[in-house]
Design a protein around this ligand. Sequence first.
Ligand SMILES: Cc1cc2nc3c(=O)[nH]c(=O)nc-3n(C[C@H](O)[C@H](O)[C@H](O)COP(=O)(O)O)c2cc1C
Length: 264
Amino acid sequence: MELREALGRRRSIRFVKTYKNVEPEKIQMMFEAARIASHWGNVQSLGAVAVHRETASQEVLDSLEATIVGWQVKIAPVVIVWYVDPEMVEEQSDRLRQLMDVGALGFGTKEERLQALEETLIPVFSSIKESLKQPGLNEIDCGQGIAQATLMAYELGLGTCCLGSPFGDRMFKALGIPEHCRFLLLQTVGYPLEHWEAGGQRPRQEFGRLFKMNSYDQPYPRSEEVVDELKRDKMFTRPAPLPDREEELALLQKALDIDPPGLL
Ligand SMILES: Cc1cc2nc3c(=O)[nH]c(=O)nc-3n(C[C@H](O)[C@H](O)[C@H](O)COP(=O)(O)O)c2cc1C
């Protein structure tokens, strides 16, 4: 499938088939996609533990369910706990040397590049190492990895939904994730039970409110021709709410015995 269509059809899928397990090979493919995402200095601070409902211990499963959106976690065959490991920043110098070695970084002859790296780039990065471990840049790069994993999941016919949780500590304990890591989010994974449109394309902020040209007060021009092209390429699909969404939701909740049906 073309990238544009995949971007358009990918959306948060909350209702999944409880009777159909997700093959570990597919989760591996999601992780492979996350692993090749860009990261500043090639540091790669994104990590994850995939919890397979079928094989995980009850203690681990219980720790995941302590979220605000418990029902989604309860029905998903796989829940990925994504985290950031800021201590990976300790390896930044070597990761930069690696990039230099393979010709990805800098310009000039190899000797000149090496000199610039050792005398300028590495000392600069080293001097701000502790601040680079703080929430910020690493999380952005983790987001890129999770986005790539999400698209891979979509391409494999899986549905996923990202979930925040204030109970990262409890999960870390049950899963043995080191305390210095920071919890990012949960991602439920399963085969979609709802129609792929899931009620239609979810609403978004106005384009011009988000994106500007040359200055903050200049909304980026939005060409209708471009919008039409993206519609033709199926990046934009029918907007939510689709006419039968309420009936679909009622049926899904009944089928999955979600009680009580709630906001989340
Ligand atoms: C970091 C992150 C956290 C999210 N947390 C939740 C959540 O706790 N519960 C939930 O139902 N959806 C959650 N979502 C899903 C968003 O609400 C979703 O993006 C929104 O419904 C738009 O739908 P779409 O992904 O289908 O386009 C989260 C998404 C992201 C990226």
